[in-house]
Design a binder for this molecule. Structure first.
Ligand code: UT7
Length: 373
């Protein structure tokens, strides 16, 4: 019996802090006209105090679980794709797991920059298809505003913060994630990078003085690379899934630049009416951009059950990839109302208390075992 990995839940979370092009023009030598004409971006949202990759990710995850009518306790695996994790370790995925109270889930982060959501989707789908798990949460979550040099006009105009989540569930009905293309070319690693803060160049007063803890990018080269690989990855993913490009209802691309998306669509001979774009309002949210665009298109009724979709991404690494999927929606048998979502605030109090109790038990155990030694 074949197993399929269906996308059965979805959610997004963006911070409250709105930053318009005019606001940025007060900070660096740029203008709304330049940013809009070169990128298509009008505004973006920036995380404030108390908001971070894990908090945005957890919000999106709970919404996605609610749509799928799946309890956090039924999640087997959480993958958080991010380039702006809470820490080098522990994984942001573990912090999300704690925040949503997913007591039986494994969790790990996936680092493939803006392509990460594509790869995470494929990894989760593979784990479901092999029978190793039943239910996965796949998140793209970023607070890249924390890695942006707000004095560098070539990068600070682009990025925004946000998170998107999909629930994937096993089913014997055909559909869901059908194929995937994953590629990398590390020879272009220097084109888009945060040079310091890792093992090669640990943080030091010098790296901070030289601004090496900020995003550095060769925009023109990334642009050229992106337009080339988006066509190739989209065609390959569609072909592997047995779809012609005419049969693809929606292309949902990484939201980096309106001109990149339009060039790729033109090369694919796909009209822009079949391409989902929302970067004008959110900017480039890196690995969160594909789920942010997808969820908007589902919520406003553009994407319907049965639609065939290609998700396509590219980014630092260099990395690129695409996933072809058939959209289905929540599984029909999942009719039950799951209690956390009815009493959302109460549930959040419960997960905080649960986390505190676990910390307290660990503390007590530590004291007891410490004495015995
Ligand atoms: O998720 C992947 C992340 N990265 C990307 O997707 C980036 C892909 N690249 C791009 O989107 C574009 O290359 C940018 C939007 C970053 C830049 O657009 P561009 O049309 O490639 O501009 P450019 O770098 O060729 O620069 C053109 C001019 C330069 O001036 P000169 O040398 O011609 O006098 C820049 O100094 O525009 C200048 N410039 C600006 N002017 C006003 C660069 N940034 C700005 C700015 N405001 N913010």
């Amino acid at each position: 019996m074949n197993r399929y990995a269906h996308i059965t839940g979805w959610g997004i979370s963006v911070p409250d802090g709105l930053l318009t092009n005019d606001d940025i023009a007060q900070m660096v030598d740029t203008s709304d006209e330049w940013i809009l004409s070169r990128t298509g971006i009008r505004q973006r949202y920036i995380a404030g105090d108390g908001q971070s990759t894990a908090t945005l990710g957890a919000d999106a995850a709970l919404q996605a679980l609610e749509v799928a009518r799946v309890s956090p306790n039924d999640v087997d695996l959480i993958i958080v794709s991010t380039s702006s994790p809470e820490h080098i370790f522990p994984a942001t995925a573990s912090l999300v797991q704690d925040r949503i109270g997913a007591g039986k889930a494994g969790a790990f982060d996936l680092s493939a920059a803006c392509t990460g959501f594509i790869i995470a989707l494929n990894m989760a789908a593979q784990a479901i298809r092999t029978g190793s798990i039943e239910t996965a949460l796949v998140l793209g979550a970023e607070t890249l505003s924390r890695l942006v040099n707000w004095e560098d006009r070539t990068t600070c105009i682009l990025f925004g913060d946000g998170a998107g989540a999909f629930v994937l569930q096993a089913s014997e009905e055909p559909g869901g994630v059908l194929s995937a293309v994953m590629r990398s070319d590390g020879s272009g690693g220097d084109l888009l990078t945060v040079p310091a803060g890792g093992s090669k160049l640990p943080t030091s007063p010098e790296t901070i003085q030289d601004g090496l803890h900020y995003i550095q990018m060769n925009g023109r080269e990334v642009f050229r690379f992106a337009t080339r690989v988006m066509k190739q990855a989209t065609e390959e993913a569609a072909e592997q899934a047995g779809m012609t490009l005419d049969e693809v209802n929606w292309i949902i691309p990484h939201q980096a630049n309106q001109r990149i998306i339009e060039t790729a669509a033109r090369r694919l001979k796909i009209p822009m009416e079949r391409v989902v774009v929302n970067l004008d309002r959110f900017g480039n949210t890196s690995t969160a951009s594909i789920p942010l665009a997808a969820v908007e298109a589902i919520q406003d009724g553009r994407v319907k059950p049965g639609d065939q979709i290609v998700f396509v991404g590219f980014g630092a690494g260099l990395t690129w990839g695409a996933v072809a999927a058939q959209w289905t929606g929540p599984l029909p048998e999942e009719k039950r109302v799951v209690w956390p979502y009815r009493f959302y605030t109460l549930y959040q109090v419960y997960t905080r208390l649960r986390s505190l109790v676990l910390r307290f038990v660990r503390f007590v155990e530590g004291v007891i075992w410490g004495r015995r030694r």
